[in-house]
Write a protein that binds this ligand. Structure first.
Ligand SMILES: [Fe+2]
Length: 293
């Protein structure tokens, strides 16, 4: 933690009583407090998507790209995604996944549409000057397939900034082992300390040590999950009879510290406000004048 970060936290703590939801003089709006509560207390927020038409448009594009991959079979059935394992083998899965990811990221409208699914939640939880991941990611997990599992981990353990959140959008109903799990903050304590403890054990041992405390997230199609990637999470072999399809994308405050995932390479600013643009311009012209002088 650098000096500025420490000072922000110290001053914020002094001001904390003004952020009590029961206080008339809270700096947060009622909506912001409501949006943030589950995220703070449970480590995630699940809500209805804020723009159902955008979700439908994205799912339609994924469905069409899947049909295109299946040698232009026009499979009208609504549950193609749930039952994709009847059409492709585990060997073909990564090819299919890459084809769809490239299709999604090749359409400029997709990222703004994705952002609109959780815009207000992100503004409450992260801020209104945001950086967004440049490329959306897609995860497909067929029943009984162990080729794309994520053992228990916190993203910060492998070099992600603790200021990032993940927006996770299911294209099918996700429940039980067809979904993901998270270790709630009340149980987790300090995730950084937990990392120190994990050096002594492999991830499977760690998983079983906390298994009884894990929360399996039930997220239906039409809902969006925003979760705290600083908390341990992961998935197991999908033991349900349907395939899981989820999109994920990271967001963070544009002016918060970056780690391995850099601005420009991985993130780009999406919602800079006029005062920040004006401040950045001012700073840049000052630098240029300096260099000219
Ligand atoms: Fe992760």
């Amino acid at each position: 933690m650098n000096g500025d970060t420490q000072e922000i936290m110290n001053l914020y703590s002094l001001n904390k009583q003004s952020n009590d939801p029961s206080e008339q003089d809270s700096f947060y709006s009622v909506r912001e407090l409501a949006d943030a509560r589950q995220f703070i207390e449970e480590g995630y927020r699940i809500q209805t998507v804020e723009s159902p038409s955008d979700l439908e448009r994205i799912r339609k594009l994924v469905h069409e790209a899947a049909c295109q991959y299946l040698v232009n079979k026009d499979i009208k059935t609504d549950d193609l995604l749930d039952y994709i394992h009847q059409y492709v083998t585990p060997d073909q899965l990564n090819d299919l996944r890459l084809h769809i990811i490239n299709t999604l990221n090749g359409n400029r409208w997709v990222r703004p549409a994705y952002f609109r699914l959780a815009r207000h939640a992100l503004e409450s939880i992260v801020g209104n000057e945001l950086a967004m991941q440049l490329r959306l990611n897609l995860s497909i997990q067929m029943p009984e397939d162990d080729s794309s599992l994520l053992p228990i981990h916190a993203d910060t353990w492998s070099g992600d900034s603790p200021f990032e959140v993940v927006v996770w959008v299911p294209l099918v109903n996700c429940y039980a082992t067809k979904s993901m799990y998270l270790l709630p903050p009340t149980v987790c304590g300090d995730p950084a300390q937990m990392l120190t403890n994990t050096y002594a054990q492999d991830s499977e041992t760690l998983f079983h040590a906390v298994e009884k405390d894990l929360v399996w997230l039930n997220v239906k199609y039409g809902q969006v999950l925003v979760f705290n990637q600083n908390l341990p999470h992961g998935n197991r072999i999908n033991r349900e009879s349907e395939t899981r399809w989820t999109l994920n994308c990271r967001f963070k405050g544009v002016f918060t510290p970056y780690a391995d995932k850099r601005l420009g390479e991985f993130f780009e600013p999406i919602t800079l406000r006029p005062a920040s643009r004006q401040g950045l311009d001012y700073h840049l012209s000052e630098t240029r004048n300096h260099q000219a002088g």
